[in-house]
Design a protein. Structure first.
Length: 366
């Protein structure tokens, strides 16, 4: 390894996960590559997912959709988080589909299409219980406004709030509301070709929500939407695609009772060796990570001790460790601590652990 730290991305794992989930779902897949492909790298992952059988790409922000087009990717792309200041003309020029979550967005997208002399391609987004994006109170007025509008309604979609709780009644309520609103839309003569509601969790647990396309996010990267309610990656037949590694900056012997890190929040319990790992919260390592996470080096796990600093953190190797300055430690990966263990140790979810790995950490594709 020639870098201080690096995230190794196993593209074969992503291909395998896409194939596994496509076989289970039995419908088309939209590979969700928002947030720089959940920290795995936008362009390489998008190309990999398409090669593996995904037929659509989904992103939140328009900038990422434009980047995909500028990289020569021709597959259908939808961008669904487009504030009013977004460059709708650019999106329409590049054949990027746009979500319509409000009357204001409808007005702006129609104006952009008219200025270009080109029909926008849109997916109508309805709020069925997430109380986040999508049409809710404006729905009756929207049905009047959309009828006869000069655009192509390609899709109709919503998003689950609790799909990772498969027995939660709210899921069925959302499906019912979704289907009711779709029927109302069809009742005014608009029949979208692509109907999408299911995310990764629903793809794994809720066949009735599959419709004709699934938005595949966290599971594509080999991670469980919720290890408590749905099981681990292994139990779901998924392979995590990211391994995080870092170089040991320094190994030193310290006596028992030594305070470690800012604030001296932890003391060494015995004479031991400590390793300073050349990554910190500026690289995406959560500052509040507890000693239930750490690294794998010299054949065994070594837990974090003390607070994570901006550019480094410290692990307790044990007095008999063979680790030396310059060794490469696996922060998370197949040998030691998992991404889910890191998430638990920092009070968050696996989604955040991978997406927060900073741009200054090179992605290496294997």
């Amino acid at each position: 390894m020639t870098n201080r730290a690096e995230a190794v991305i196993n593209l074969s794992a992503i291909k395998s996960n896409v194939a596994t989930l496509k076989a289970k779902a039995g419908v088309d897949l939209m590979a969700v590559v928002k947030a720089d492909a959940y920290g795995h790298g936008l362009i390489p992952v998008a190309k990999c997912a398409i090669d593996a059988g995904a037929t659509w790409l989904g992103v939140a922000i328009l900038e990422e959709a434009i980047t995909l087009r500028e990289a020569g990717i021709k597959a259908p792309i939808i961008s669904w988080l487009t504030p009013p200041s977004s460059d709708f003309k650019k999106a329409i020029e590049l054949d990027i589909d746009l979500a319509i979550p409000s009357l204001k967005h409808l007005e702006l997208v129609l104006a952009a299409g008219k200025a270009l002399g080109k029909k926008p391609r849109v997916h109508i987004e309805v709020d069925t219980g997430m109380t986040r994006g999508g049409l809710l109170g404006e729905w009756p007025e929207f049905l009047i406004a959309i009828k006869g509008a000069d655009l192509e309604v390609v899709g109709f979609w919503s998003h689950f709030a609790r799909a990772d709780e498969p027995n939660e009644i709210a899921n069925q309520n959302q499906v019912s509301d979704f289907e009711s609103k779709l029927a109302e839309l069809q009742g005014i003569g608009i029949t979208p070709k692509y109907i999408h509601l299911a995310n990764s969790a629903a793809a794994l647990t809720n066949e009735g929500a599959h419709k004709n396309i699934i938005r595949l996010g966290i599971a594509m990267y080999g991670l469980s939407p919720d290890v408590t309610t749905l099981g681990t990656s292994l139990e779901l037949d998924l392979e995590p695609a990211m391994t995080l590694k870092a170089e040991i900056h320094l190994v030193k012997r310290v006596p028992a009772g030594s305070p470690v890190g800012y604030g001296g929040t932890q003391l060494t319990s015995s004479d031991t060796k400590l390793a300073i790992i050349a990554m910190g919260y500026s690289d995406g390592i959560p500052r509040n990570t507890s000693s239930t996470a750490g690294v794998f080096v010299a054949g065994r796990k070594a837990a974090i001790i003390g607070r994570v600093s901006m550019d480094q953190f410290i692990v307790d190797l044990g007095a008999d460790s063979n680790a030396v300055t310059g060794d490469i430690a696996e922060v998370f990966g197949p040998l030691g601590y998992s991404i889910d263990e890191w998430a638990a140790a920092s009070g968050t979810i696996n989604y955040e652990i991978v997406t927060r790995i900073a741009a200054r950490v090179p992605r290496i594709y294997a």
